[in-house]
Design a binder for this molecule. Sequence first.
Ligand SMILES: Nc1ncnc2c1ncn2[C@@H]1O[C@H](COP(=O)(O)OP(=O)(O)O)[C@@H](O)[C@H]1O
Ligand SMILES: [Mg+2]
Length: 256
Amino acid sequence: MKKIAVCGKGGVGKTTFTSLLAWCLAEQGREIYAIDADVNPTLAEALGFPPEVVKEIRPIIDMTDLIEERTGAKSGEYGSYFKTNPSVKDIPEKFSRNIKNIHFLMMGAMRGADQGCACAENAMLRALVTHLILREKETVIMDMVAGTEHMGRGTAKGVDAMFLVVEPGTRSIKAAREIGKMAGDLGIQNKYVIGNKIRSPGDEAFLKKEIGDMVLAGFLPLNEEVLTAERQSRSLYESSAEMRGIIQKIVQDLKI
Ligand SMILES: Nc1ncnc2c1ncn2[C@@H]1O[C@H](COP(=O)(O)OP(=O)(O)O)[C@@H](O)[C@H]1O
Ligand SMILES: [Mg+2]
């Protein structure tokens, strides 16, 4: 699997899971693009970039000059003309930061996509996601917000797997079900649930029951090593043998 989306309700552990998966696949020698498409971008920290580097990274969606140059529109100007298919093929190389063979790109989240906002920024992000998904060489892992708003039907077909991260509560499961349904409607076939912040066998049983016919890929424990890694600005994959073992097994079982 080469094109992977990670979705779910805010705070469930999407970024934590994305960082583990990115490091695990990178360790196999694969070239990874790790994309942060969340409104609260924290993937750079989670991957283990030092704070002074993180501070300098700006999301593509805020690069108004670049967006203007590529789309022909003044960013944010409602109703003005802009290109819906801007050229983006140089952007991954130009704007990514690397740790080993992980190329990190802070893309940002779509603006007002739920209200159907068709602004130049969104056109830019959509073009970028499409480009990344259609590129053959690299493995792309996208840490997303709730849904599939970065994708059109054609693009979604190129997504090999969507991970829906949930925690053992009803709200995140409801969100996962809704996102999973949208993704299915768009043509994303493989959807896997990751149960995060598991405290007990009871949590596992609860999740198994609640997710119904969605496919369970694995459980990650509620683990204080997550916070320790954050405080030390280290990647969780590097600092937790337990988490490393779990993600390696998931990767192996699903043949990611
Ligand atoms: N398995 C876990 N054990 C302990 N804390 C966790 C775990 N997973 C996530 N967290 C914590 O929960 C918070 C949200 O996680 P994050 O991965 O940023 O979620 P999301 O990207 O879905 O918003 C973070 O502060 C993180 O440290
Ligand atoms: Mg996040």
